[in-house]
Structures are given as structure tokens and as C-alpha cells.
Design a protein around this ligand. Structure first.
Ligand SMILES: CC(C)(COP(=O)(O)OP(=O)(O)OC[C@H]1O[C@@H](n2cnc3c(N)ncnc32)[C@H](O)[C@@H]1OP(=O)(O)O)[C@@H](O)C(=O)NCCC(=O)NCCS
Length: 394
């Protein structure tokens, strides 16, 4: 009998393609855990370097392990000089996600352990990537403004250093802490599109840099990590709008999506979104930008009402709906919002890539190779008659 695509499985929804020990989501109950730990606990009590260690090693670090991990990241964060030089030749209006995606293979070119595919070597490469992705983003932001990239300040935390290298001013402890929490919240999310892309690429035994490059490409799309920038765009678009409910209705009636709403796995509140929503309310007050908070609340209320009318009560604001405003309140430009997602998700991509390569959670590592049902032109096994170019009547 002919195989067909089960409509429930479109987009591989619900299809189990691998085992993993890295993270778990219960989409019905709104639960997310990294290596067994609830995201709420990690966001409240942990830091991004600690979470990155947890994802890579499977256990929380002790004091010495964490100090060594932070030191290793600091020691590995500088970019090769030729990357700064090449960035200076890029068009200044290049999208930062494209620049980031282009930057990762440049890092591979100077990777001393590129051909060592052992777990230990890949963890060291992961540490270099986690340390350097923020540098790529910050360096590009400086260079595109005609400014020189700034050297790292080793007295600062990972998150504070990024903000310093981006803006050229030392961030307050509060701002660095907020960014760090955002990095914790975005660090991993099971088999999302970018993580699956990374794992699929390295299942061919391609190196970790190729896997990460694929992940960045997948993340850039507006249905995935690119949604946060789209949310900000939407907020600016409706800034002068008097009838928000009418605008939302029109969007949905014309088949458009409300960015930052809905999720492929969560059928209830995304636990990360709940956390970020509180940050939005706090930062909106602190920065005196209540206007955007009000707009965001109005869009949310109108969207939920419209979705309910259409029997789609499962569609709720997701992580990107609120992270956009958090980043905006921190002075992050719209086109750097998705790169910030990437400098966090690199920890999850690396953990998954290593798991894929080592087979430590799989029955047996295997090359991903699904199949598709061919529904195209067919003339039987002999094939269609080939007409030479000069005889074709197109
Ligand atoms: C993320 C997303 C792709 C998940 O979608 P999904 O629930 O797995 O499945 P679908 O894309 O098939 O959507 C199911 C239905 O809900 C609708 N829907 C889902 N999200 C919607 C949104 N944000 N706005 C309007 N309609 C939406 C779809 O149009 C579809 O309707 P239909 O059945 O009448 O065709 C989707 O919610 C979306 O596009 N959201 C906006 C982009 C976004 O915020 N992405 C970041 C995700 S973290």
C-alpha cells in the first residue's frame, strides 16, 4: 500500500525521531526542564554559564568547576583578527543574523581541534562557540556603525561583557542580570527547528561548526527565533493605531499571523513567557515606556478573544512575544533580538550536537534520512520520453 503523510504528522509534529537526555517539555502542562531541572528554578537561581555547563555536562557544576568553566570561556572569547578585518568589508546594512551565520565557519577555519570528534574536544569547541558568538554579534554591531570592536573586560560576567562590547558602556548589575536570565530562559528547548537542523547536519559526521551554522539559519526564520524582531516590528506598526482590536481582527481575517503567539508544542502558557511577562511589566515601569506595555497587552487581549471565537484557545503568547519588549527596554536594536536568542541557544545546540555525535542517548547514532511520498510527474519505471532540446515544443 502507498505510504502517505499523516495529516497529524505534517511538519513532523508528534513524530519521535530520537531519544534525548538534554531537555523535556510537557506542552499540555506548560513544563520545561533542562537535564531534569525546572526552568523556573534555573531562571530564578542560576546563571547562564552554570546552565551552559549543565547542558553540556549533564550535571550542575561545583564551585571549582564553574570557576574553571568561566575562566575557559574568558580565555577563549577573543576572535581571530582576520574576522574583524573581513567584517569591515561586509555591507553595513547586512542583517546581523546573516553576519553571525557567516561568522561561524570563519571560526571553524582557525579551530585547532577541528578533526578531533571526541566528546572532550567537542565540549572544548562548544565552550569556544558559547564564548565567541556574543563577540561576533557585538563586533558586527560596532563595525557597522564605523566603530572599532571593544576588547573584553574580564572583570565582567558573560552577559555584562556582551552589553559592554555592544554599547561601549558598562551595564548596571540589574541590566546584566536581566540579560543573563533571558539567556537562561532561551538556552534549550528540545527538538525545535534549529536544534533539529543542527542535529541533522552533524548526523552526517559534519563538524560542530557546520551544525551550529545550520542552527543559526533555521533560527533566523520568522516562525522560529526571528519572531521576536517581528513582534517589535508589529508594535511599532500599531503604535499610532486607535483600534487595536479591529487591527487584530483584520490581520486574522486576511490570513496573517499575530507574531509571538502560538507554539508547536505548548498548548497552555509557555513557562518562559510567564517569566518574561513579569520582566516586561517591571521594565516598562522602570524605563517609563508604559506605552509599549499597554499596546502589547491590548494586542494580547484582542488576539486571545479572536482566537477563542475561532475555537483556537490553545494559541497564547510565546517566549518571543515578551522577549522582544524586554530587549527593547534594554536598548537592544530590533535586528539584534534574534542574534541574542542565538547567543543563548548555542548552549543547547552544542549539547544536542554532542549528544547526536556520541550517541549517548540513542540506541545507535544514525544518519537522518526520512522519506517523502513522490507525487510528481511519473511515466512508469522506464521514465518519461526525453526530447532533445531542439525538438521540445515549450
Ligand atoms: C509557532 C507556530 C508556527 C506553531 O504553529 P502550530 O500550532 O504548530 O501549527 P500551525 O502553524 O499549523 O497552526 C495551527 C492553526 O493555528 C493558527 N495559528 C497558529 N499560530 C497563529 C498565530 N500566531 N496567528 C494566527 N494564527 C495562528 C494557524 O493559522 C493554523 O490555523 P488553521 O488550522 O486554521 O490553518 C505558529 O503558532 C506561528 O506561526 N506563530 C507565530 C510565529 C511565532 O511567534 N513563532 C515563534 C514560536 S516560539
Amino acid at each position: 500500500m502507498k505510504d502517505t503523510v499523516n495529516v497529524k504528522n505534517i511538519g513532523l509534529r508528534g513524530v519521535i525521531v530520537a531519544d534525548t537526555k538534554v531537555s523535556f517539555i510537557d506542552g499540555e502542562k506548560g513544563v520545561l526542564v533542562y537535564r531534569g531541572y525546572r526552568i523556573e528554578d534555573l531562571a530564578q537561581h542560576s546563571t547562564f554559564p552554570e546552565v551552559a555547563y549543565l547542558l553540556l555536562h549533564g550535571v550542575l557544576p561545583g564551585e571549582k568547576e564553574l570557576a574553571d568553566f568561566n575562566k575557559a570561556m574568558q580565555g577563549e572569547s577573543e576572535l581571530p583578527e582576520f574576522i574583524y578585518e573581513s567584517f569591515k568589508h561586509y555591507p553595513t546594512d547586512a542583517n546581523p543574523m546573516d553576519v553571525l551565520q557567516a561568522g561561524v565557519p570563519l571560526l571553524a577555519m582557525t579551530e585547532p581541534e577541528l578533526s578531533d570528534d571526541s566528546r572532550e574536544a567537542n565540549v572544548r569547541k562548544a565552550v569556544r562557540l558559547i564564548a565567541r558568538l556574543p563577540r561576533l554579534v557585538a563586533a558586527w554591531h560596532r563595525i557597522r556603525q564605523g566603530l572599532e570592536p571593544l576588547p573584553a573586560d574580564d572583570s565582567l560576567s558573560h552577559s555584562a561583557n556582551f552589553l559592554w562590547q555592544l554599547h561601549g558602556t558598562k551595564p548596571s548589575e540589574e541590566m546584566a542580570g536581566i540579560l543573563d536570565t533571558c539567556l537562561v530562559l532561551h538556552a534549550d528547548h528540545t527538538f525545535n527547528a534549529s536544534t533539529f537542523s543542527s542535529r541533522q547536519v552533524v548526523s552526517t559526521r559534519a563538524h560542530i561548526y557546520s551544525g551550529v551554522t545550520a542552527g543559526i539559519g533555521a533560527l533566523s526564520g520568522s516562525l522560529h527565533g526571528g519572531a521576536n524582531a517581528q513582534v517589535m516590528k508589529m508594535l511599532h506598526l500599531v503604535e499610532e493605531e486607535n483600534d487595536i482590536a479591529g487591527w487584530v481582527k483584520k490581520q486574522l481575517e486576511s490570513g496573517e499571523r499575530i507574531m509571538g503567539m502560538g507554539h508547536a508544542v505548548y498548548k497552555t502558557t509557555d513557562p518562559r513567557a510567564a517569566f518574561l511577562k513579569k520582566m516586561v511589566l517591571r521594565l516598562g515601569k522602570e524605563t517609563g515606556q508604559k506605552k509599549f506595555v499597554d499596546l502589547s497587552r491590548q494586542i494580547e487581549e484582542a488576539s486571545l478573544a479572536e482566537f477563542a471565537k475561532r475555537g483556537k484557545t490553545q494559541i497564547k503568547p510565546n517566549v518571543d512575544y515578551y522577549s522582544a519588549l524586554v530587549y527593547h527596554f534594554m536598548g537592544i536594536p530590533q535586528d539584534l533580538m534574534t542574534p541574542i536568542f542565538a547567543i543563548s541557544r548555542i548552549a543547547g545546540w552544542a549539547a544536542h550536537i554532542i549528544e547526536e555525535k556520541t550517541g549517548e542517548a540513542q540506541v545507535k547514532p544514525a544518519l537522518y534520512r526520512p522519506k517523502a511520498e513522490y507525487i510528481g510527474h511519473y511515466c512508469g519505471l522506464t521514465g518519461c520520453r526525453f526530447e532533445p532540446l531542439e525538438k521540445r515544443n515549450n
